[in-house]
Each structure stands twice: as structure tokens, then as C-alpha cells.
Write a protein that binds this ligand. Structure first.
Ligand SMILES: *[C@@H]1O[C@H](CO)[C@@H](O)[C@H](O)[C@H]1NC(C)=O
Ligand SMILES: *[C@@H]1O[C@H](CO)[C@@H](O)[C@H](O)[C@H]1NC(C)=O
Ligand SMILES: *[C@@H]1O[C@H](CO)[C@@H](O)[C@H](O)[C@H]1NC(C)=O
Length: 722
């Protein structure tokens, strides 16, 4: 533990803005929600690809096999060149099956099995692929009709015993010395090193992504940063010779709030040490080399279609020629080049298909050839990759089986704090810290309560609701906003109290007892938070035409007593009353009304001492503050760390910059708690520290019910500059 503290301190010392939790004891469990993530259930799949089959598209389900083990979320694979086998076997101490005789190759991929991302290796066998697992027959694609034939074919070919066609080689680095909690993404292997993206080091200022490219020597485990300080690099690709890396870079501009198309340029540098860094292409992302002077990349074209481009250059990158490869009429992105120079694999979104699929684009005939659609028509397929021999194409998609847990433990950077991702929104702890109330599905509505170990699921309210809190005095009393969320000032939303949650949890049966606390006709009342003595509730209301904060009687509602806490032509919202009663924290745009920037403010319950505590730079956001049990710290969600991965490579995320941070109440000692490409939000902080081993793993059957990137709808895209 002492060691970990030192590591955290050393990481943060170099960046004055960010800190650890200091010598103060902070403890408890922080619960939060992540958009879609609970339903990803990704595995990496490989497809034998014989280029000559382009001619008659005879690819079939029998050619696909699953290359990861169905545990957690496995994604962003790459295949390792055969020359790297020995060094990997030695580093991982692998001596099985005569050093992998008969194996086909090594897959490197990202897994979130400890909640946070880690880089792992699998050794796979092709000869035995017929006894490999087939999971496709189990995909449930929600409302979509099944394409009967394909599914039947899969079921016939289905699971044959439990034998797997791969061996889990494990992870290369595991000691906390080299692995602070961070994002680890897009790994590949070249020349005895793993090249990857990580958010392991903070940027100096807020609203700059921490993503940078590093390499790790497989033998010595020494990590070298290849990205210059003060710069963000995404999506590294290593050239076939292993000499160069190309990245999509912000070039030190910082992050301007982009959530669809990152403002990146392509840079190339020496894989060995990052030297010789050169701008190769303005405006591009996701590079992929086919040979040492040709790179494919994606860009949203002027006509609005995401398209793949090709850049050809001389050895010194002086003469560079750019050419659009894929035509308008189809979104084509995240290219993976084969080394044949004859074809590339791409992900597409097409009109007429509800899914993201992997296709092969023949560079000679300039034609697309369907690939994943022939195998699993009703699943989204992400981020294709091609084997060094150009005989395999890989991707990840939802495996469609198993259970997605209701509560998932996430590796935490702060020893005293457990982190738990909840499959639902607005998780809040009961005052004893042993139960969590949350809203599993904002569209369906309904509030449920589960135990801290993830067992039991009791419905305590069956109407549309958002924003939750527990009364700290009256046992089993919850407050919520009843009505639709994300609506303008003049919508009717009421604050209600749910009075008998404990009775319902205890299984007493009977009806939900609840009470409306706000006056009929008042507009957009939301985000209730009670005072510690249980007498008052602070909430925001749009009744004056603007969203400001009000305090009312917690038991009898505003008819009994109502007072306005803040006033002005701006938005004050998401208030949280500290457990010691001293402060009310809230999010507001009062510094620039309507400007879209929300920052953190504090006010005394009597309306005095209003002040700003933290702020993201212009345009930034700090939302959903929540106090620690000792009222000396708080957690919140913010865009301080920008976006950690190219958003087009991830399913739908509304605000992919949302990460959970904590700080002292004076705004000092900022600590980043989550690192991922997902929107993390609505955190709360409970007094009991969750023991991850106590989690029961209960949850829903994996149903792959997440949405693909919403701005890639297969409708005709609008021209960007039209
Ligand atoms: C077309 O597919 C068949 C059956 O899968 C295969 O045997 C044949 O070789 C393919 N034809 C060409 C021209 O490749
Ligand atoms: C989960 O927690 C509840 C209440 O704390 C306890 O009764 C139950 O036995 C636990 N379940 C498991 C499987 O540990
Ligand atoms: C917030 O940002 C503004 C503008 O960048 C700066 O002037 C101000 O000092 C900051 N306030 C705090 C509390 O950090």
C-alpha cells in the first residue's frame, strides 16, 4: 500500500493540477454509471480469409472462431508477427504444448477483466478450430428479426464440447510499479516491444486528453514514452518493418470538446524512441500501414461520408500523395491494411443495414465485399485487424452469451476507495451503505434497490424518474424527480418521496407509498438532495423560467415551506447537500449563461458564501457533485481529461469525455478515478468499502442491447460544411 501511494504521488507531482488523496484517510465506495458498457460483452473473433474468395464471396460461418475467453470485455486485438513468438513465450514463461507447436499465432488484445483495461496475450490454434466455441447462435438482437438461415447454420455448427482453440498466455505486466490505473489500448507488437496507448500520465491543464503512445520492452519491461510531453496521441500503428509508428495526434492543441470527429493529424516517428517526429497528413485518424511508404486512414470527407484515404510517401516523408479510396454513399472507417497492397478491411455503416459490419475493400476493382455480415448479420463488429500474413481478419463483437453483472468492481487508484460500475443510472447508497438504489433503464423508468454485493433486486418505484437520494433520518425514504429527464424548463417534473422502500425490500409486498412534494403546475423540478437532519430538500426548479435552486420542507413539501436559494437567468442544478450540513454543492453555468460550460459551485444552506470551487476551462463541464461520507471531499463527473480514444471506434457514447474525479472541498488534490472511452457519470459515495470478492456477479443475460455510434446512422449523412 505504501508503495502504491508513492507511485501515485510520483505520477501526480509532475502535474500540479492533479493530485492524490493526500495523507487524509478517504474511504468508502464510489458507485457510478457508464453508458452502454454493461452490455458490450465483447470478444475478439478471427476469420480465416482467403483473398481468392473475394471472387465468389463464399465466406461462411465455419471460417470464424472466437479467440478470447468470454470473460469480461475483450477488444481491440492485433496479431503478432511470428518472429516475436520466442520473446513473448519467454517473457510470459510459457512452456506448454512444446512451445506452442501447431499453434497458428499470437493475439494481443485489451481486456477489462479487473474492471480497468489491461493488455493480454492468447496463443491460438487453427487446426482445431472446428472444436472451437461458437457463440453466435445465442445472439439476441432485441427487436430485430432473425435471419433464420444463418442462425440455423450456426446452431448446427454450434458448441462442440468445451475445448477451446486458444491458450490464455496472460498479461505481460502486472506489477503496480508499471501499471498505475489507467487506460491501456490499441496494443501491438514490433521488434521485442509492445506499443500501446495509455492515460497513465496526466496532462498539465484540464480538458486535454491524457492519451499518449508508449512502448514497453518485452524483456526488461521498461516503458518509454514515445509521445512528446504536452501532446495527445491516439491510434498508433506500427509499420511492417517495425521501424515507424504513425499516430493520430492533437499536436498539442488540446481538446476542443469534439465528440464525433477528433481534431487530429497524422504524425510518424521512430518506433524505437519517438524521434524524427513528422507531420504526414493534416486531418486524419486511425492510420494503418500496408508497407513502409503507404498508409490508409479515415477522415470525414467534405461530402459528409466517413471515408478511407490512402497516403503514399517517399522514405523521408517529403513527397506525400493523398487519395480518397472509398466512395460516398457508405460510411467506411477504422481501416486495417493488408500487406498485399491489394485490399483493406474496413468497418462500414450502410443504408439498409442496422449494423456496423466489417467488409473487405478490393483496391483493384474498387469494390466492397461483405465479410462479417455473412457470418453474424445481426451484430455490430468493431475495429478490424489483419494478420501479418494477410490470411486472417479479426474484429470484436458482442458474444451474446453469459451474464452482464449488475455491479462490477473497477480497479481503484485510491487504496481506501472501492469503485463500482452499476448497470443503471443515478446509483445512490442507503445511509448504512449496504444498499444501492438506481434506475436500470432511464427509457423504461422504475427505481430498484440492490444489496452492496449485487444480490437482490427490488422495484421500489415504477414510473419514469431520474436523480435519486436517500433520506438520512427516515429509514427507507427515497427522493426522486418523477417525469422525463433532459427536457426544457417548462416541462412538468415533480419531486416525490417514496416512503416505504424498506418495506418493499423486506418483501412485505403491498403497493409503493409515495407523495408529490412540489406544487402542481410548477415546472421542471429535479435532483432532490435532503439535509442531514431530514427536514429540508434542496432541488432545482425551472418555475421562474430559469433553473435555480430551492429548499423546501422534506416531509410536507413546498406547501409547508419553500425558499429560493439561488436566483438568476442561468442554470443552477444537480445540487448535493453535504452530510455535515455545511455546504450545498451544485453545477452551474452562471459564469457564462447558456454557454454550455458547467462548473462547480458551493453555497451555504442559508444562501451565503456562494463561490466557485473548480472549473474546467472554457466550454467544459463539472456535473453531479456528491460529498464523501466525511464531507471533506467530493466526487463528480467532468471532461477534465478530454476523450481517451477515437469515438468512432466505440459504440454510442453521448459524452465520451465523462470521467469520475474526486477532490477536496476546497478544490485541491484532484484525483482521476476512471480511465476509459465511455461516458462515466452520476457518481455517489457510500460509507462502506465494498469487498470486491463479495460481489455475487448477478445481473442480466448478455443481450448485446447497446446502440452503435448514433451519428453514424445509415441515413444519408449531411454534408458537414453544407
Ligand atoms: C468459390 O467458392 C467455392 C466453394 O466455397 C470454392 O471451392 C471455389 O474455389 C471458389 N471459387 C473461386 C473462383 O475462388
Ligand atoms: C449479499 O448480502 C446480503 C445482505 O448483506 C446477504 O444477506 C447475502 O447473503 C449476500 N449474498 C451473498 C451471495 O453473499
Ligand atoms: C476558473 O477559470 C477561470 C478562467 O480560466 C479562472 O480565471 C479562474 O481562476 C478559475 N477558477 C478556479 C476556482 O479555478
Amino acid at each position: 500500500m505504501a508503495l502504491l501511494w508513492i507511485i501515485i504521488s510520483s505520477i501526480v507531482l509532475s502535474a500540479p493540477g492533479f493530485a492524490n488523496a493526500g495523507d487524509r484517510i478517504v474511504e468508502g465506495t464510489v458507485a457510478f454509471a457508464s453508458v452502454g458498457r454493461a452490455h458490450y460483452a465483447f470478444d475478439v473473433f478471427l476469420l480465416d480469409f482467403r483473398p481468392w474468395e473475394l471472387e465468389n464471396a463464399s465466406l461462411g460461418p465455419h471460417l470464424e472462431f472466437r479467440a478470447t475467453d468470454g470473460v469480461s470485455v475483450n477488444y481491440n486485438g492485433a496479431l503478432v508477427d511470428d518472429s516475436q513468438r520466442r520473446v513473448i513465450f519467454e517473457a510470459l514463461d510459457f512452456r506448454g504444448e512444446q512451445q506452442g507447436d501447431g499453434s497458428q499465432g499470437i493475439l494481443i488484445y485489451v481486456s477489462e477483466r479487473d474492471g480497468a483495461a489491461e493488455v493480454r496475450f492468447n496463443l491460438f490454434y487453427q487446426g482445431q478450430r472446428d472444436r472451437g466455441e461458437r457463440s453466435l447462435g445465442n445472439i439476441e438482437s432485441g427487436s430485430q428479426e432473425s435471419h433464420g438461415n444463418r442462425r440455423d447454420a450456426l446452431e448446427i455448427h454450434g458448441d462442440r464440447g468445451n475445448s477451446q482453440n486458444f491458450i490464455d498466455l496472460g498479461k505481460l505486466w502486472s506489477s503496480s510499479e508499471v501499471e498505475p490505473t489507467a487506460l491501456y489500448d490499441r496494443p501491438s507488437v514490433a521488434d521485442g516491444r509492445v506499443i500501446f496507448v495509455s492515460t497513465r500520465k496526466p496532462r498539465e491543464q484540464s480538458r486535454q486528453s491524457w492519451a499518449a503512445v508508449y512502448s514497453m520492452d518485452i524483456v526488461t519491461k521498461k516503458i518509454t514514452r514515445l509521445t512528446p510531453e504536452g501532446v495527445t496521441d491516439y491510434s498508433p500503428s506500427v509499420s511492417p518493418s517495425g521501424k515507424f509508428v504513425m499516430v493520430a495526434s492533437d499536436d498539442g492543441r488540446g481538446w476542443g470538446g469534439e465528440i464525433e470527429e477528433l481534431d487530429t493529424d497524422l504524425y510518424s516517428f521512430q518506433a524505437w524512441d519517438g524521434s524524427g517526429r513528422k507531420l504526414v497528413v493534416k486531418n486524419g485518424g486511425w492510420p494503418s500501414w500496408s508497407d513502409d511508404s503507404t498508409v490508409f486512414f479515415h477522415r470525414r470527407a467534405e461530402d459528409g461520408w466517413w471515408s478511407v484515404y490512402k497516403a503514399t510517401f517517399s522514405k523521408s516523408f517529403t513527397a506525400i500523395r493523398e487519395e480518397r479510396i472509398t466512395p460516398p454513399g457508405v460510411h467506411a472507417f477504422t481501416p486495417a491494411a493488408s500487406r498485399t497492397g491489394k485490399w483493406i478491411a474496413v468497418a462500414t455503416r450502410r443504408a439498409g443495414s442496422l449494423y456496423r459490419h466489417v467488409e473487405v475493400f478490393d483496391l483493384g476493382s474498387r469494390k466492397f465485399h461483405k465479410l462479417s455480415e455473412l457470418v453474424a448479420p445481426e451484430a455490430h463488429h468493431y475495429n478490424p485487424f489483419v494478420s501479418p500474413e494477410s490470411d486472417k481478419i479479426g474484429y470484436h463483437r458482442c458474444r451474446g452469451k453469459g451474464v452482464t453483472p449488475r455491479l462490477e468492481h473497477i480497479k481503484s487508484p485510491v487504496p481506501g476507495i472501492s469503485l463500482v460500475r452499476v448497470d443503471g443510472d443515478f446509483p445512490v447508497f442507503s445511509p448504512d451503505g449496504e444498499s444501492i438504489a438506481f434506475i436500470p433503464d432511464l427509457d423504461e423508468g422504475g427505481i430498484y434497490v440492490t444489496r452492496l454485493n449485487g444480490s437482490g433486486m427490488t422495484k421500489v418505484f415504477d414510473k419514469p424518474a431520474f436523480g435519486l437520494s436517500w433520506d438520512k433520518q427516515r429509514k427507507g425514504v427515497l427522493y426522486t424527480s418523477y417525469g422525463p429527464g433532459f427536457v426544457p424548463e417548462d416541462t412538468i417534473v415533480h419531486i416525490v418521496s417514496i416512503l416505504n422502500a424498506d418495506e418493499l425490500i423486506a418483501g412485505g409486498g403491498g403497493a409503493v407509498k409515495w407523495k408529490i412534494l412540489t406544487k402542481s403546475g410548477t415546472k421542471n423540478n429535479a435532483f432532490p438532495s435532503p439535509s442531514p437532519d431530514g427536514k429540508w430538500i434542496v432541488f432545482r426548479s425551472g418555475r421562474s423560467g430559469h433553473k435555480n435552486l430551492y429548499i423546501m420542507d422534506a416531509i410536507h413539501g413546498e406547501e409547508a415551506s419553500l425558499r429560493r436559494l439561488t436566483e438568476g437567468a442561468w442554470t443552477d442544478t444537480m445540487a448535493s447537500w453535504s452530510h455535515d450540513g455545511e455546504w450545498i454543492a451544485f453545477s452551474s453555468d452562471r459564469h457564462n449563461p447558456g454557454g454550455g460550460s458547467f462548473q462547480l459551485y458551493f453555497v451555504r444552506p442559508d444562501g451565503s458564501q456562494l463561490h466557485r470551487v473548480l472549473n474546467s476551462s472554457t466550454g467544459g463541464r463539472v456535473n453531479h457533485p456528491f460529498f464523501s461520507p466525511d464531507s471533506r471531499s467530493l466526487v463528480f463527473t467532468t471532461d477534465y481529461a478530454g476523450v481517451s480514444a477515437d469515438p468512432i471506434a466505440v459504440p454510442a457514447q453521448f459524452q465520451p469525455y465523462g470521467e469520475i474525479f474526486m477532490a477536496r472541498i476546497d478544490g485541491s488534490e484532484l484525483v482521476r478515478l476512471t480511465h476509459n472511452a465511455y461516458e462515466d457519470g452520476t457518481p455517489s459515495w457510500g460509507p462502506v468499502k465494498l469487498d470486491s470478492s463479495a460481489l455475487t456477479g448477478e445481473g442480466k443475460k448478455a443481450r448485446c442491447g447497446f446502440r452503435d455510434t448514433r451519428w453514424l446512422k445509415p441515413v444519408i449523412a449531411q454534408a458537414r460544411h453544407g
